[in-house]
Design a binder for this molecule. Structure first.
Ligand code: BGC
Length: 373
């Protein structure tokens, strides 16, 4: 899976949602949402007295899964943001089942949602959802994960290549040479490929120089911690325990890696990366069994996507200052900034942001100190 990130010349990077709004080119002249006409009825110039109450815009949110910590946050924040803008959100989660995700999306399309926001389980299979939505005149936003080989209308995510580069930089700073293990994400998720590309952008020259050997490199089925644990055990086994650093694609997989290292008495002895700033990972970071995580401020993602979804539902045109190639088209894209988090900046980042409370993050450390365990 190859993706290319393009950049058009207008404007700079996005910081706040205000900035997002400022740089959008909007035109309200051609309502394109399936129900846009209905929504714009009230108070129209042709006789306010007869106007019907406006029907609420409906945003369909099709999620791969709600079985992982981060997606529940995405759902809650997205829903709250869209509702604040006056829209309703119809949430469906397929929990890793492609056929179910397509059926749920078809259902929302036949109920004529005004716009569809999709977190695809499978980057390629979900192209069918885009084709079906378009046949019904409904626009599709790819949320966090890019749908490939489809005429996606907008992609809102983080800079996933940067996620991989930040992780690799942090790990190389701790282990500039030696045997590296790559525990990647799900092969079916384009993010996993972008993250790997970002990691290799940092590692490749060190590999070429002979400083680093990549001794094990596997995708993790469904991003499952248990799969990552099994792969990490295999990596340790194959190398007689001689592993100097691990790049784990997210915090779930890092949890599996940490467990495998603990079985060999290696917990906290070699650097391990992650992503998502999950609570368990933040706790591992303060305990010293995970080196870093990459924090992706999900509130910003959810609020940006909700705002743009509502605009698209109203038939406004949205354009961005960059694109990402999805093997078919250059998809207009908004890529937010990920942030590297380690023990020294954890307070200033995820705790200061209210992503987790200080109490929760340090709970185990304090309990350990108090009980002397
Ligand atoms: C997301 C990650 C998440 C992973 C597993 C990826 O597409 O970007 O934040 O950890 O999926 O759900």
């Amino acid at each position: 899976m190859k993706g290319r990130i393009g950049r058009r010349a207008i404007g700079s990077r996005l910081g706040t949602i205000g900035a997002v709004a400022a740089m959008l080119l909007l035109s309200a002249c051609s309502p394109g949402g399936a129900n846009a006409g209905l929504a714009e009825n009230a108070g129209g110039p042709s006789g306010a007295a007869e106007a019907q109450p406006a029907r609420k815009l409906v945003v369909g949110l099709s999620l791969d899964t709600l079985l992982e910590e981060r997606w529940k946050k995405d759902r809650d924040l997205f829903k709250a943001a869209a509702e604040k803008l006056g829209a309703e959100v119809d949430v469906q989660a397929a929990n890793g089942d492609d056929a179910k995700q397509i059926a749920q999306a078809e259902n929302m399309i036949s109920r004529r949602v005004d716009v569809l926001v999709v977190v695809p389980h499978d980057a390629e299979v979900s192209a069918a959802i885009v084709a079906k939505a378009h046949r019904a005149g409904i626009k599709v936003i790819s949320y966090d994960r890019l749908i490939l080989n489809a005429d996606v209308d907008l992609y809102v995510s983080f800079d996933n290549e940067k996620v991989g580069a930040l992780a690799a930089q942090a790990i190389v700073a701790q282990a500039p040479r030696g045997n590296f293990v790559l525990i990647e994400g799900a092969d079916t998720d384009n993010n996993a490929h972008m993250i790997k590309r970002g990691q290799l952008s940092v590692l490749q020259s060190l590999v070429d120089r002979g400083d680093i050997q990549i001794v094990y490199d596997r995708f993790t089925k469904e991003w499952k911690p248990a799969e990552a644990l099994a792969n990490m055990r295999a990596a340790l086994q194959a190398n007689g325990g001689a592993v100097d650093a691990v790049l784990a694609a997210n915090d779930g997989t890092a949890g599996g890696v940490a467990a495998a290292l603990a079985e060999r008495g290696l917990a906290g002895k070699i650097p391990v990366s992650g992503m998502d700033a999950e609570l368990a990972a933040a706790q591992r970071i303060v305990e010293g069994t995970q080196t870093m995580t990459v924090y992706k401020p999900i509130r910003k993602l959810a609020e940006t996507a909700a705002e743009l979804a509502v605009r698209m539902a109203k038939g406004e045109r949205v354009s961005t200052d960059r694109t990402v190639f999805n093997k078919k088209i250059d998809v207009p894209a908004i890529l937010l900034e990920p942030i590297a988090v380690n023990r020294s900046n954890i307070d200033a980042t995820i705790i200061a942001d209210g992503f987790h409370s200080r109490e929760d993050v340090y709970r185990h450390v304090k309990e350990t100190a108090a009980t002397g365990k």
